[in-house]
Design a protein around this ligand. Structure first.
Ligand code: NAD
Ligand code: G6P
Ligand code: MN
Length: 432
């Protein structure tokens, strides 16, 4: 049977993941699940551990569940390590989203300056985790969910020997949303994805193998909604979609509709709605109240208020495709290896790939269309600089990273942002 280590086990998303293992118990012989957290997350870990045991019991499965603050014990001989941690917790996220707004820069926890701050806090931790994997379970697959997932996966790929795939629920969410727009079930829809994490495009869309890209784009231009719970429901302009000729991802709103998003974020602050972090703190509290109830033995509906919908489907079906050598197509963050010829071979891209025991083989796409090539190149440059800054702690690389980010509109603002970020995250930045 398989040993699974979940780093950040106290996450409110863990019941989602557990539900995935339960649903796929017939194809995935999980024997042990280790939930790992840190001292600060101990109370959440306890609640999640108890709920997990009730869920597994209800399903009548013979899976041993462990909770531990000892990461090495969890990683030792694991077959799969799933990372879903948040360095600094939601308080740090609130700063990631809040600091940029001081300078009229979009505050988002995975893109822009907020994503940069989250990345440099997380990089030292993910490197530590990878040292443990290299030592204690060198054959394990790391399935990284930790944001910014593209940058964190790029760090693992460049600076460790760990086998890694980065995962996001956006592609699977887009497939499900497109299916809804078409009024069909998701398993009939296939999208050719290309790009970066939270910067991915649906290049072509197929229904039962037939190309329906035009039909979907027309619906999207007509006000059809494709989104995630954590992003404002701003509609796309008809003519923009016509000229883009591809399906943007929900996060593209930050880049193509920056003014609307910024306005929405600033108004939210004025109306005391708080940033998304502050909203999530409330949702999380409600969730954990539910999770504590000894009568609860399944994933509660309220989890759908979070942006991480379909996480379990994405993660557990991916793990099953690897373990069962399925050679099935999944959308993952992996080494480009020439699949997108307008990007270097050794950078991480979010792309469809054939998944089996040997790993992921990206579907070859050739050059990116001119209308998206520039933005992707620029964001990748920002990501590479961020990885380097996060690993080395070099101030000037960090400054260049932020300056290169398309959401940061001036080098002077980049410097102010960087200084605030470094100061207000100093407890989490041993490398600087
Ligand atoms: P959370 O704040 O609940 O954090 C999860 C757990 O990580 C907490 O219990 C915390 O104590 C723990 N943790 C913090 N530092 C740790 C460390 N060094 N070692 C082990 N555990 C540690 O966060 P969440 O909302 O559950 O999200 C978790 C992560 O998943 C975040 O990075 C988030 O951005 C990411 N996420 C990714 C996607 C995606 O599409 N890839 C979707 C949703 C969430
Ligand atoms: C999804 C993304 C995640 C993101 C999360 C936020 O949109 O794919 O990467 O971090 O949801 O959800 P939350 O509920 O925490 O705001
Ligand atoms: Mn994501």
């Amino acid at each position: 049977g398989l040993k699974i280590a979940v780093i950040g086990g106290g996450s409110s998303y863990t019941p989602e993941l557990i539900e995935g293992f339960i649903k796929r118990a017939n194809e995935l012989p999980v024997k042990e699940i280790y939930l790992v957290d840190i001292e600060k997350g101990k109370e959440k870990l306890d609640i999640i551990y108890n709920l997990t045991k009730r869920m597994i019991n209800k399903a009548g499965l013979d899976i041993s569940v462990y909770k531990t603050l000892n990461r090495k014990e969890a990683i030792k001989d694991a077959d799969f390590v799933v990372t879903q941690l948040r360095v600094g917790g939601l308080e740090a996220r609130a700063r990631d989203e809040g600091i940029p707004l001081r300078y009229n820069v979009i505050g988002q926890e995975t893109t822009g300056a907020g994503g940069f701050a989250k990345a440099i806090r997380t990089i030292p931790v993910i490197l530590d985790i990878c040292r443990d994997i290299e030592e204690l379970s060198p054959d394990a697959w790391l399935i990284n969910f930790t944001n910014p997932a593209g940058i964190i996966t790029e760090t693992v790929l460049k600076y460790t020997n760990v086998k890694v795939m980065g995962l996001c629920n956006v592609p699977i969410g887009m497939v499900n949303n497109v299916a809804k727009l078409l009024g069909v079930s998701s398993n009939r829809v296939r999208i050719e994805f290309a790009g970066l994490n939270h910067m991915v495009y649906g290049k072509e869309i197929y229904l039962d193998g037939k190309n329906v890209t035009d039909v979907v784009l027309e619906k999207l231009g007509d006000g059809g909604l494709i989104n995630m719970k954590n992003i404002p429901d701003i509609k796309w302009d008809t003519d923009f979609i016509k000229t883009l000729k591809m399906l943007p991802c929900p996060y593209h709103r930050y880049f193509y509709l920056s003014d609307d998003i910024l306005k929405e974020e600033l108004e939210g602050l004025k109306k005391n709605k708080g940033t998304r972090a502050e909203q999530v703190m409330k949702i999380e509290q409600e969730l954990f109240e539910k999770y504590k109830n000894p009568a609860l033995d399944e994933k509660p509906e309220e989890l759908e208020k979070r942006g991480g919908a379909y996480y379990s489907d994405a993660a557990v079906s991916l793990i099953s495709a690897i373990h069962n050598d399925k050679s099935e197509i999944h959308t993952v963050n992996i080494r480009n290896n020439g699949a997108i010829s307008s990007l270097p071979n050794d950078v991480v891209v979010e792309i469809n790939a054939v998944i089996n025991r040997a790993g992921a083989k990206p579907v070859v796409l050739g050059e990116l269309p001119v209308q998206i090539n520039g933005l992707i190149q620029q964001v990748k440059a920002y990501e590479l600089l961020t990885v380097k800054a996060g690993v080395t702690g070099d101030y000037y690389t960090a400054l260049m990273a932020l300056t290169t980010n398309p959401l940061v509109y001036s080098a002077n603002i980049a410097k102010k942002l960087l200084d605030d970020i470094l100061l207000e995250n100093k407890d989490y930045l041993p490398q600087f």
